[in-house]
Structures are given as C-alpha cells and as structure tokens.
Design a protein around this ligand. Structure first.
Ligand code: ATP
Length: 259
C-alpha cells in the first residue's frame, strides 16, 4: 500500500500494515487486530506522542528491570509483529529472558513468534511447546501455561499489551508487573505496578535508551527511582492530559488536521 509521506495518519497506517503482515506470517491472532484498534483510538486522542507521565513510567520501568533478579519479557503476537528487534534489544541491555505468552495459544503461533524473535537475534525464547509446562493459578485453559524457567520464577514481568486477568493473576503471585497500554482505564493499566501509557512502537526504543542510560548508575539510585514512582499518580496525570486535549479541541484551541 502506498501512503503519501505527508499523510497525517502515515505512522499509524504503517503500523497497521505491520500488523496485517504479522497476521499473514502467523504471528498475530485475529482478535489481536481488534485489540490494536482499541489502542489506536486512545493514541488518536493522545495526539500520537509520548507524554511526560509516560516518560516517567519508562524511567521507572528501566530501573525496575535492571534491579530485578529474574526479569522476563512476555511476548504476544502483536508485540512480535510490531517490535521484535526492540524486545531482543531490551533483553540484551537488561539481561531479561524472553518468553512467548499467548492469549490464543497454538503450537504454530508459538513457534512462528519464537522464529521471528530469533531472526532478530534472540538466543533463547522460552514458553514454546513443552517448555510452557507450569501453570499460573486462577487462570483457565491455555492462557495459564508458563515456563518454569521464565515467568513462573520471575520477580519482574514485562507485559506489553496484556489482558487484565493475566496481569491480576501475576500480581497475586507476588510478581512486579510493567505494562504498556494506551488505555489508562484498562484493568491491565490499573493492576500493573508500572504502566507506560504510550504506543508500544514509540515506548520500546525509549525504554532501551533509558535502560542504557541507567545501567551504570548505583543500585541505590535505581532503588530511589522505583520507590519514588507512583503509578496511580501517573495514570491520573494521563487522564488529565486526555481531558485537557479534549477541552482544547472542543474550544477550537487545537485544530485537528484533516487528511
Ligand atoms: P483489560 O482486560 O486490561 O481491561 P482490554 O480488555 O481492553 O483491557 P485487551 O483487548 O486484551 O484488553 O488488550 C488490548 C489493550 O492493548 C487495549 O487496552 C489497548 O489499549 C492496548 N493496545 C493495543 N495496541 C496497542 C499499542 N500498539 N500500544 C499500546 N497499547 C496498545
């Protein structure tokens, strides 16, 4: 598809193309395309940019991943289609393991996602086939399966684009959760310890940059960043940004571009 460089929705349309391609490659499940639409709607309202509260969450998330003993990056189809290179990059900088964790689990999709990540340099991808032999309590069916070398023993789990049930179940297991979710009202956003309210395609490069910057800082400094972080406040600030943007648009202070 040809999208003119001047098209105001260009970036967003390119991301859609990536997801469609991911669907054709067997990485993305159909409901994943719909879930992306919910995210896009919030991104539209947020002006498709990374706001200061999201930057604060990114800094705290980088610090928490660097402090963790057993950090794990949980990867679903949309994440593998949109940011595979950045998942591998984040895993390298923080030493986190990578695990496939799917809502709609099939062996084919697990393997396709692991292959895709390996194409971008991942050495090990957990959670494929028999490796996902442990279970998360309180979740049903295939969604409960995790790797005993990964999410089961993790102290910090990074769950971009996750659903609320699993986030809550992981929290109940005592894990610290970092989420990326454009919807500040979702159960995932509310249940996570750190919620980055931003598009995954913008947040991932920033998260890697932050992890690189913080990597050589003293442990105490990172602990202070995490301890001083308040997710409720950050979520409320994101809602305020939505309110202010809608108010400005309604008063004609921000004029929306018409393609
Ligand atoms: P919950 O179960 O947490 O209440 P939900 O039912 O909306 O939320 P899902 O539909 O499972 O959750 O997941 C989709 C979530 O992912 C949505 O909240 C959406 O905002 C978010 N999302 C989708 N695409 C992106 C993206 N590219 N970047 C960031 N967030 C996204």
């Amino acid at each position: 598809m040809k999208i003119p460089p001047s098209h105001p929705r260009r970036e967003s349309l390119l991301v859609r193309e990536k997801l469609i391609e991911g669907y054709r490659k067997g990485l993305v499940a159909l409901p994943g395309l719909i879930a992306h639409g919910r995210g896009e709607a919030f991104d539209y309202i947020l002006g498709e940019k990374t706001h200061p509260p999201a930057k604060k969450a990114i800094e705290a998330a980088a610090a928490l991943l660097l402090l963790a003993k057993h950090p794990v990056l949980s990867v679903n189809g949309n994440t593998a289609a949109l940011v595979p290179e950045y998942i591998v990059g984040l895993s390298r900088v923080t030493g986190a393991k990578i695990e496939v964790n799917l809502f709609y689990r099939t062996r084919e999709r697990e393997e396709a996602i692991a292959e895709e990540l390996k194409k971008y340099g991942a050495e090990e991808v957990l959670g494929v086939g028999e490796d996902a032999s442990a279970t998360i309590p309180e979740l049903f069916s295939e969604r409960r399966r995790v790797s005993p070398r990964g999410i089961l023993i993790a102290d910090v789990v990074f769950v971009p684009l996750e659903d609320g049930d699993r986030t809550e179940a992981l929290r109940k297991m005592g894990k610290k959760i970092i989420a990326i979710d454009l919807n500040p009202f979702s159960r995932t956003a509310r249940a996570a310890n750190i919620t980055i309210v931003d598009n995954i395609v913008r947040a991932m490069p920033l998260l890697i940059e932050e992890a690189r910057r913080l990597k050589n800082m003293p442990r105490r400094f990172l602990e202070d960043l995490v301890n001083n972080y308040n997710n409720d406040l950050v979520l409320r600030d994101m809602v305020k940004i939505i309110l202010e943007r809608l108010k400005s648009i309604s008063e004609n202070k921000i004029v929306l571009e018409i393609p």
